[in-house]
Design a protein around this ligand. Structure first.
Ligand SMILES: Cc1cc2nc3c(=O)[nH]c(=O)nc-3n(C[C@H](O)[C@H](O)[C@H](O)COP(=O)(O)OP(=O)(O)OC[C@H]3O[C@@H](n4cnc5c(N)ncnc54)[C@H](O)[C@@H]3O)c2cc1C
Length: 542
């Protein structure tokens, strides 16, 4: 074998997967078709859950340092132009303000980390450097995946290097993180289903070094991250992390029109360069399968959403960290035969739900945009009515895009063979997050001391939390997990706050901070529980 895991595609998802595999000591090779990371705009917001994940990888501080200044508000505006009074302001806290809110809250309802605005072209080089620093990760840019074959022991991938030479790599497992067009998915014959080509927009990237300092321009909107222009072309201005770069999306006929569109949006003369223009299409698509044999798929290769709800890359990062520990467990022998199949069961339902969340958000945006009329600027009763009506609808509908904390933090794995299920369970909500330790859910963040969360004292393996004044005898589960050779620790958490939020004395967590089991007394059959959560035994009810 050349490597244990071959990761195809060094977008944010492939890079995150390679880092998490490398941290766990899995030998992994990452291949990327491009010669180097590109300076092209795509995503710009890591959501709260992604930042929690990056914190556990030791990357959060570096990402914040490279991202948007922590004091800049994350407000979203609907406006006619940047130099005209905004029609609607939806205020969202800066990172600094969000951190203060989180510091003052201990009811489990807030994330450990707030979101961070960082442009994908800034994030990818940070992740690339982190992957390259790990001794068991090998990173090859300028290597294009061409074909694969698999057998009982592994996968053979054919690659083409920068000099057009054919290279073969043999791996125990291969993961396609190769984006929406995914050559790996196509090789497996797996289809994407749903709604494709919903809307075609042009996106341009501008260097406008003076724009941020000039905001507000006259009576125009204040500093924020998104400026939706109420017009008939779905025009949408996005601040990038440096505040000197901006992107504009709009429905136009020709790329050259994006210069005039930017000038119209800004409304006043301004020094700028248009650095790139491209066309992209909105899709709401989900793959039929996330795996075939020894080949797995993650990120945009299996789910494509409308980006402005911010569930594209963020869902893919969730895929990566679900898969990494399962590959590690299987390769090291402590994971049983149910472990890797649980990846598709757990993550495809989240992909499906997030495609649904994105549909809900984009329908909301379409609804308020459909209130636009060409008389929107008119100083007439009809013009006034158009503005008033659009604002009233947008004040409800635009929030669907920006207030998705339930989809970000509240996802729970249902029907998983490695979760000790309880019948029923809280409803899945896109908009609201209700902290819960229901099996399958992410462990809510609760402070232990100032600056130290329960999350911060949990290692990268399985963890049994023993809470409050519990005196349960945990020796049975300790022995059972150790007998399987799974990485495992017991953490005693004495204070009342975590017990009050978690509502159980004992919580067994998986390496990804999701709850595998909970109870108030030691498990009746610890060997059976250990075998289920490590994938050696199907749950007794299945
Ligand atoms: C305008 C816009 C705004 C967005 N905003 C957000 C946001 O705020 N938040 C969010 O979460 N998401 C956002 N997204 C979505 C986000 O950009 C994608 O979900 C994300 O890039 C997916 O990451 P990925 O690693 O799965 O795929 P990609 O980023 O597409 O990376 C795939 C990689 O695989 C490589 N590759 C492809 N074929 C091969 C091959 N044959 N061999 C080797 N390598 C190959 C590609 O070169 C590429 O580097 C936005 C998208 C757009 C277009």
């Amino acid at each position: 074998m050349n490597t244990e895991v071959l990761v195809v595609g060094a977008g944010p998802v492939g890079l995150t997967l390679a880092i998490d595999l490398g941290r766990r000591g899995v030998r992994c090779t990452l291949v990327e078709r491009k010669p180097a990371p590109e300076f092209l705009p795509k995503m710009e917001r890591c959501n709260a859950r992604t930042m929690e994940i990056f914190r556990r990888m030791g990357l959060a501080d570096g990402i914040r340092a490279a991202g948007l200044n922590r004091h800049v508000p994350m407000d979203v505006y609907i406006a006619l132009a940047m130099n005209e009074p905004p029609l609607l302001r939806l205020p969202y806290p800066s990172v600094a303000a969000a951190q203060a809110l989180i510091a003052a809250c201990n009811d489990g309802s807030m994330p450990r980390e707030p979101y961070q605005l960082i442009s994908q072209y800034t994030l990818e080089p940070i992740l690339k450097s982190a992957a390259e620093r790990l001794p068991c990760v090998t990173v090859h840019y300028g290597h294009e995946f061409v074909a694969l074959s698999q057998d009982a022991d592994g996968v053979t991938a054919t690659l083409r290097d920068a000099a057009a030479r054919t290279v073969e790599i043999r791996a125990r497992y291969l993961v396609g993180c190769d984006g929406g067009a995914s050559p790996v998915r196509k090789q497996l014959g797996i289809q994407l289903r749903g709604d494709g080509n919903l809307l075609a927009l042009h996106q341009a990237l501008y260097y406008a070094p003076d724009l941020f300092a000039r905001i507000p321009i006259g009576a125009g909107p204040g500093p924020g991250r998104h400026y939706h222009i109420a017009d008939g072309q779905s025009t949408f201005l996005i601040m990038q992390d440096s505040t000197k770069h901006w992107t504009l999306h709009a429905v136009v006929e020709r790329p050259t029109e994006m210069a005039a569109q930017f000038e119209r949006t800004i409304g006043v003369p301004l020094r700028y360069d248009m650095l790139s223009v491209g066309e992209w299409k909105q899709n709401l698509l989900l793959a039929d399968h996330y795996a075939l044999g020894r080949v797995f798929l993650a990120g945009d290769s299996v789910h494509l959403v409308v980006p402005t709800g911010g569930l594209g890359m963020n869902t893919g990062v969730g895929d990566a960290i679900d898969l990494a520990w399962k590959l590690h467990g299987t390769l090291r022998g402590w994971g049983g035969p149910q472990l890797l199949p649980s990846y598709e069961i757990e993550r495809r339902q989240i992909g499906d739900r997030n495609v649904g969340a994105s549909r809900y958000a984009s329908l909301g945006r379409r609804t308020w945009r459909s209130q636009y009329r060409p008389n929107i600027r008119d100083n007439t009763p009809e013009g006034h009515a158009t503005r008033e009506h659009l604002v009233r609808v947008a004040n409800v509908e635009q929030r669907k895009t920006n207030e998705m904390i339930g989809a970000e933090l509240g996802y729970r794995y249902c029907g998983s063979p490695i979760v000790w299920e309880e019948p029923g369970g809280p409803e899945h909500l896109f908009r609201d997050y209700v902290p819960s330790t229901w099996p399958g859910a992410r462990l809510p963040h609760v402070w232990l001391d100032e600056g130290c969360s329960v999350h911060d004292v949990i290692d990268d393996g399985y963890t049994l939390l023993q809470l409050g004044r519990s005196a349960a005898d945990t020796s049975g589960i300790v022995q059972a997990m150790r007998a399987l050779g799974a990485p495992f620790a017991v953490r005693t958490i004495a204070g009342d706050a975590p017990r009050d939020v978690y509502r159980y004395d004992l919580i067994l967590l998986r390496p990804d901070l999701h709850v595998a089991w909970r109870g108030n007394a030691a498990p009746a059959d610890p060997a059976q529980l250990a075998a289920v959560v490590t994938g050696h035994l199907a749950p007794p009810w299945r």
